[in-house]
Structure formats: C-alpha cells, structure tokens
Design a protein around this ligand. Structure first.
Ligand code: ADP
Length: 628
C-alpha cells in the first residue's frame, strides 16, 4: 500500500526482523583487499548476464577477446609495413614493394574487423541492457512480494530497496561490460607487453609498476564515493520525497493553498547544498590525486619512449620496430587509462550489486507449510488474550484482547483513534503476529494456516485502501483476483456497494480509466471512492470474514443507510467486522466491542451496552446529542 515514492511511510524505529546492514568497511583494511574487491561481484554479474541470454554473453565474450587482440596485431603489422618499406627502398625490387603494399592491405583489413568488433560490442550491450534491466527489476519486485509488512515500515530496509531499484537497469550490465572491457584491455596490455619484451623486459616491468599507484588511488576513491552515496541515502530519499510533494497531482492542491511550496523548495535546495559540498570535496581530491599519480605513469611511459628513440637512433632496433614500440606505447597508455576508469566504475558497480544482493538475500523466514483447513469448521474467529506491540514502540497497541466471533455474526469495533482497532485487523489478517496469545480460525492458530488459504478466507478493505489508477471496473475486480476482469461480477458487486449508479453514468461505464496518471483518467470524490472500496469488498463472495475499516465515513447518510439496510442480506453467512465512528452504522451490528488503549473494555449488543451505561453508552449519547 505504498505509492511510488513511499510517501506514506513513517520513519519507524529499527526492527529485529530485519538483518542489520553490513558493518562499514574497515578503514585500515584497504589496499590489496580493496583492489580485489573490484572483482567481488563480477562473477555474479557474469552469471546474471549468462542466465539472461547465453547467446549474447558468448557473443560479448568473443568480441571482447577479439577487441583485445586486434590492436596488438595492428601494431605488429605496422612494424612489418615500415620494415618492408625500408627494405623495398633499399633493394628497389618489385616483389618487396608488393609485399609492403600487401601489409598495408592487411592492416586495413584488421582495422575494418576492429570496427566491426566494436560495433558488435555496442549492439550486444544495448540488447543485454534491456533484457537485464527487466530481469533485475522483476527480481526486485518478486522479492518485495515475499516480504512482510514490517519490512516496508523499516526505514533502513526501505533505503536498501530504493537504492537497489534506482539503478537496477544499468549497473549489472555496466559491471559486466567493464569487467569484459578490463579483460579486453588486459589482453591488449599483455599482447603489447609480449611485443615489448623483444625490446627489454626491464621496460615492461617499469611500465607495469608505474601504473600501480594510480590503480590504488582509483580503487580507494571509488570506495569512498560509494560510502558517501550510502551514507547520504536518507537525505537523497528526503529529496525524492520533496520532489514528489512538490510535483504530484494529489499533493499540489494542498501545497499550493497552504503556500508551502517556497519553503519546501528551500529545504530541497539546502539538502542539495549539503550533499554537494561533500561531493565536491571528494571529486576535487579524487581529481587531484588521479592527476598526480597518473602523471607518474605518463612520465614512466615517456622515459621508455625516449629510450626507444635513442635505441633506434643508435641503430640497435629497426625503424619498423621503433614504429611498433611507439604505437604499442601510445595504445598501451590508452588501454591503461581505460582500465583505470573501468576500475573506478567497477568499484561503484560492485557496491551497487552488493546492495542489490543484500536486498535479494534478505532473509525471509518461510513459515512452516500451513494447513488449508482447521479442525473445527464453523468455530469462527477467536482472539485469546492477544497482545501486540509494534516494533520499536513503547506502548502495547493491543493488550490482552479476548473475543469470539461466530459465523454469520456481525461485529463492530468502536474506540477512539489509536485504540487498536486497525491493529486488531492487521493481526487477524496475519500482517503481523501477536507477541502473546493466539488468534484461531476454525479452531486452528492463524500462524499454522497456509497464508494463501487464510487470505482467501478474509476480505479486508482498509481505511487507506488503494486508489488504483486502473479502469473503474478493475478497481472493483481487485477484490477478487480470480474475477479481476469479470465484468458481470463487477456489476453485481457495484450494485451491492452502491457504486453502480454513478459508474453507469460515466462515459465508458466500467471501462472508465481512473486517476490522472493516464490519458482521460477521471477523478472520483472521496465518497465515490468509498463506494468503490465497498464494492471491492463485496467482490469477495467466497471469503467468510469481511472486514471493513471505516468504509462509509465519507458517504452521505442516505447512501450509507441503503448499504447497511441490506448489508445482512448481502453478506449472508459471512462474518463481518466493521470499524466505524458512526453509531448509525455501529448499532446494526450483532455485537459491539469497545476498545480503549488496546484493551477490550466492553462487549455486547447495542441494547446491552446502552443498558450497561458504560463507555459505549457515553460515546453514543455524545454523538446522539450532536444530532439533536
Ligand atoms: P485505531 O485503528 O484504533 O485508530 P491503530 O490500531 O491504528 O488504532 O493504532 C494503535 C496504536 O498503534 C496507536 O498508538 C498507533 O500510534 C500505533 N501504531 C499503529 N500503526 C503503527 C505502526 N505501523 N508502527 C508503529 N505504531 C503503530
């Protein structure tokens, strides 16, 4: 029941059910471990890509390999060309001239092949990006479905999910292409080193060592960047929320009228400034060190460069060899900088994947395989001494409630705001488990029921029921997934919920789109929405318990009266639990339970409770006085 931006969340305290976030990385254990950390999730990313599309993965791997080898091949052919040219110029032979031209053609061929490889890589990546983005998003959503309500009310958990969702489509592929790209550059570098060995092993060693500091710095700052990103996640989320409040249709009305916009925008700016300062510091440091350490490698490169020139001038290597080595150097340096930025990005991708897997591997304790029926069919619902405290809350929301509801009976729950009525319903629907006491249906503890079987037996419409931006008929059909698109059933339910008259007046009848997100979407009044919600509840003909949390608060008195006039007839053998502040509704229930601070203080029929002259009688007389 959360909207896209999670705007109804409350920042609840932490929960025991939720596994704690990983410890922040040990700041002293950086270095080698951190460098290796770059590859920590590469395997899993490759696996993810592999299982998404084998064909594309193989194509990507082959093209990467080719892309790694071909540049060295061009360098080598370059050497052959120059040597052939020098020889042809010396001998003036026809054959030597043709040999030189042949090498040129060969190099041209290789370059054409390289272009094809690069284009092929781009194509594979685009296709994989689409497939992988969809796959990861589905994985995240499927996981979200298995989680408890409590998870969604935990801000730390919520952060994880938001972070996992934010970059779901780009990060995994990015990690794979970077891993492959790094592999490609590594192959090129090894091939270059192989060519260079012919010149001097020492040169190879110097060049390799000169690159290390820049690598380490890159890995370190990337790690820092992600920690920053993680640390400020609450602020980012707040910014996201402010954006929602300022720009969404259902908030705009109030935000405008109350003149809140400038103040909220100011807050939005302040958060940005704070984030920006931290960002800027890191970016500056990263840029500076990257430059200084990169310079070190460049110096080493150019020293070796000079060395080669000297050797060529002294005639110890051929002109062709010099050309090749120089090319190797230039390309080697390009491959090296590409590797550096790949490492930087990979670190961030890895950390993203760690969040993703943290989320996906969030432990959900699978309930024991539940039963689909109880030992005492017809026993109805029993609350036995049920107590519950919300995680992190100080007070019990429900405190020692004992109550028995038999099939066919209608129960009204009465009590002030916060007295525990909704919580009782959440416990009945197993959204939460009682910390003490038991709730049974047909004589079987709810915890022992198969949750699907249990939820089929209970139909609930909460006070904050969802206004789906679907056609109006589907908004009713949502009450029973098996008949989600069954127009005949929509009509029957709408009739019972008093929604039929206004739906039939709409242009497209039951197919009328609701909400402003989509073209031609219509908005309904709150009272009309409630009629939709009530109809949604009446869709659940097969449920034997119907729970209506303040279903008619915004309806006009006449509509409400008509709904409840034939309520008993509509709900036949069903148990019904109504939460309402209107005594005109409450009094029709067979029994009334009065809650106060989570405790059941009175229980009986309307007449009995009036006679008892207690809490109920007092509340009733207050409201009745209002009408006189
Ligand atoms: P009612 O439906 O009678 O208005 P609730 O059952 O919603 O009351 O709330 C009972 C108590 O539990 C209140 O004190 C409320 O603040 C608290 N509460 C309700 N929902 C939550 C929640 N998700 N997390 C923590 N406390 C909650």
């Amino acid at each position: 029941m959360l909207d896209a931006a999670g705007s109804r969340r409350r920042p609840s305290a932490s929960l025991e059910v939720v596994t704690p976030p990983p410890e922040p990385r040990d700041p002293n254990g950086r270095g080698a471990r951190q460098l290796l950390g770059v590859f920590r999730y590469s395997g899993r990313a490759v696996e993810l890509v592999w299982t998404t599309s084998r064909f594309l993965t193989i194509a990507l791997a082959l093209l990467t390999l080719l892309g790694g080898v071909l540049p060295a091949a061009t360098a080598y052919v370059g050497k052959l060309i120059v040597d052939a040219v020098v020889q042809a110029a010396d001998t003036g032979l026809h054959a030597d001239r043709w040999a030189a031209l042949g090498y040129v053609a060969l190099e041209g061929g290789i370059v054409v092949a390289l272009a094809a490889v690069q284009r092929g890589l781009l194509v594979c990546q685009s296709l994989l990006r689409a497939l992988l983005g969809q796959r990861v998003n589905v994985m995240i959503l499927e996981k979200a479905l298995t989680l408890d309500l409590a998870h969604f009310e935990d801000s730390e958990f919520y952060d994880k999910m938001t972070r996992a969702r934010r970059e779901a489509s780009s990060r995994p592929l990015s990690l794979v292409t970077r891993t492959f790209g790094l592999g490609q550059n590594a192959i090129s570098l090894v091939a270059f080193a192989g060519l260079l060995l012919g010149f001097s092993p020492l040169a190879v060693l110097v060049l390799a060592l000169a690159g290390v500091p820049a690598f380490v710095a890159e890995a370190r700052y990337s790690g820092e960047a992600f920690r920053l990103f993680k640390w400020r996640s609450p602020e980012t989320r707040q910014q996201l929320y402010l954006e929602t409040v300022l720009a969404r249709e259902d908030y705009v009305k109030e935000v405008k009228l109350l003149g809140l916009a400038p103040r909220l925008l100011q807050r939005y700016r302040e958060i940005f400034q704070k984030l920006y300062r931290a960002d800027r510091d890191l970016t500056l440091r990263r840029g500076l060190w990257g430059y200084v350490l990169g310079l070190l490698s460049t110096l080493a490169f150019y020293a070796a460069y000079a060395w080669i020139v000297v050797e060529a001038v002294a005639g110890r290597i051929s002109l062709g060899e010099m050309t090749m080595y120089l090319l190797v150097f230039r390309q080697g340096q390009a491959a090296f900088s590409a590797s550096l930025s790949a490492i930087g990005g990979m670190y961030e991708d890895n950390l993203y994947l760690s969040t993703l897997y943290e989320f996906l591997e969030q432990e959900v304790l699978p309930g024991p395989a539940g039963a689909a029926a109880g030992p005492l069919p017809g026993d109805g619902v029993r609350f036995e001494n049920v107590t519950f405290t919300y995680p992190g809350a100080q007070r019990r929301a429900v405190d020692g409630v004992t109550l028995h509801l038999r099939p066919g009976r209608k129960l009204a729950l009465v009590g002030e705001n916060g007295s525990g009525k909704t919580t009782l319903i959440k416990l009945l629907t197993r959204l939460y488990a009682p910390e003490a006491g038991t709730i049974t249906l047909d004589g079987l503890d709810l915890q022992a029921w198969d949750v699907q079987a249990l939820r089929r037996r209970v139909g609930v419409i909460f006070q904050d029921f969802v206004h789906y931006q679907f056609p109006v008929g589907e908004n009713i059909g949502a009450g029973d997934v098996e008949h989600f698109e069954d127009e005949l059933r929509w009509r029957q339910a709408a009739g019972k919920g008093m929604a039929a008259p206004f739906i039939e007046e709409m242009k497209d009848g039951y197919r009328t789109q609701l909400g402003r997100w989509f073209q031609d979407g219509r908005e309904l009044s709150i009272g009309q929405w409630q009629k939709i919600a009530l109809s949604r509840a009446f869709m659940r003909e097969s449920a034997d318990i119907l729970v209506l949390d303040e279903p008619t608060a915004a309806m006009d008195a006449e509509a409400e009266m008509r709904v409840f006039d034939h309520f008993r007839e509509i709900t036949k053998g069903q148990m019904a639990i109504l939460i309402s502040h209107r005594f005109s509704t409450v009094r029709m229930a067979d029994e009334i339970a009065v809650l106060e601070d989570g405790r059941l203080v009175e229980h009986g029929s309307h007449e009995e409770l009036l006679r008892a002259a207690g809490r109920y009688a007092h509340l009733f007389s207050l409201q009745a006085a209002g009408y006189r």
